[in-house]
Design a protein around this ligand. Structure first.
Ligand code: AMP
Ligand code: TRP
Length: 329
């Protein structure tokens, strides 16, 4: 049994990209491994958040984890801010991180581009993410493609700590889907589908009304060739829609190509809209049940306790390795 850890920021509504790139693998991995799934609220505040919205989104993401099929009896679901060891290990690892490494992070470059003032938290964000992972000595980290670079830095920091202070940290591996690791915008296949894209037609939110989803899919951009073929380089728009189809309907890309051979895009898009709606409707029903029942608070409390047990041990060991005097108990 391996240790698995991942997190999603409560910085906006979750998209189908978050589901396909990350959450779907959370659900799969929970059956075989010891899993920790966080709502990374400390990361969300690296860009300004309205307090009421942060609170709502944090509860919403936790409820979506449950609605998507993460079983709180199998995996620990918790808020990052409920386990203070994250912030503390984050600081310790910040002191091990080089400025040059942080300057090279593409997520930092993207998020800071064109801004007059950039918070220091956005810059040191990857050290906190490394702390999230190393605190649990995670073996596997299920994420979308855009997090590969942060994972690479985490691996480097684990190695640096181990060679400087003695072998302690597990060097984690990313766990990235083969198809769907980067779901693109529906209106521009050169951009990642993102919670923070202001153009509503660009993304499918997990909590979108099914009628809205149908409309968004019918308007999604395609090429003029009208051949349903998976070719992300030459046909990025249709390939993106095929990835969404494959993950929501659980059919292979080859089967989709065979099914729509000789057909135009119309029937494919129509079926895709129905598939996505059929996938999302039960998820939304469950989501509303979870929100109404208030069970999310119990789940978060239990999850934080489970996480804290591990986190406390790790942080003490890390401090001992680094030469801190530990308090008497
Ligand atoms: P974030 O929304 O940045 O907190 O991302 C949470 C998780 O969803 C990370 O593992 C991301 O890599 C993944 N993710 C976000 N957007 C996409 C996307 N468009 N396609 C695939 N995975 C994504
Ligand atoms: N940086 C990740 C993102 O934007 C979120 C994240 C924070 C995370 N801590 C993590 C992902 C630890 C995996 C493991 O998507």
């Amino acid at each position: 049994m391996k240790r698995v850890l991942s997190g999603i920021q409560p910085s906006g509504q979750l998209t189908i990209g978050n589901y396909i790139g990350a959450m779907q693998n959370f659900v799969k991995l929970q059956h075989e491994h010891q899993c920790f799934f966080m709502v990374v609220d400390l990361h969300a505040i690296t860009v300004p958040q309205d307090p009421a919205a942060l609170r709502e989104q944090s509860e919403s993401v936790a409820a979506l984890y449950i609605a998507a099929g993460i079983d709180p009896n199998k995996a620990a679901i918790f808020l990052q801010s409920h386990v203070p060891q994250h912030a503390e290990l984050g600081w310790l690892l910040t002191t091990l991180t080089y400025m040059g490494e942080l300057e090279r992070m593409t997520q930092f470059k993207d998020k800071s581009e064109g801004k007059d003032s950039v918070g220091a938290g956005l810059f040191v964000y990857p050290s906190l993410m490394a702390a999230d992972i190393l605190l649990y000595n995670a073996d596997l980290v299920p994420v979308g493609d855009d997090q590969k670079q942060h994972l690479e830095l985490t691996r480097d920091l684990a190695g640096r700590f181990n060679s400087r202070y003695g072998n302690y940290f597990t060097v984690p591996q990313p766990f990235i889907p083969e198809v769907g690791a980067r779901i693109m915008s529906l209106d521009d296949a050169s951009k990642k589908m993102s919670k923070s894209n202001a153009n509503a037609g660009s993304n499918i939110f997990l909590l979108d009304d099914p009628a809205v989803i149908r409309k968004k899919i019918s308007r999604a951009k395609t090429d003029s060739e009208a051949i349903v073929k998976y070719d992300p380089i030459h046909k990025p728009e249709i390939s993106n829609l095929m990835s969404i189809y494959s993950h929501t309907a659980n059919v292979s890309i080859a089967d989709i190509e065979a099914k729509y051979e000789g057909q135009m895009y119309g029937p494919f898009k129509k079926d895709l809209a129905e598939q996505v709606a059929a996938f999302i409707e039960p998820l939304q029903t469950r989501y509303h049940e979870v929100r109404r029942s208030g069970e999310v608070y119990d789940v978060l409390q239990k999850g934080a306790q489970q996480a804290q047990e591990v986190a406390e041990l790790t942080l003490n060991e890390v401090k001992r390795h680094m030469g801190f005097v530990l308090p008497r108990r």
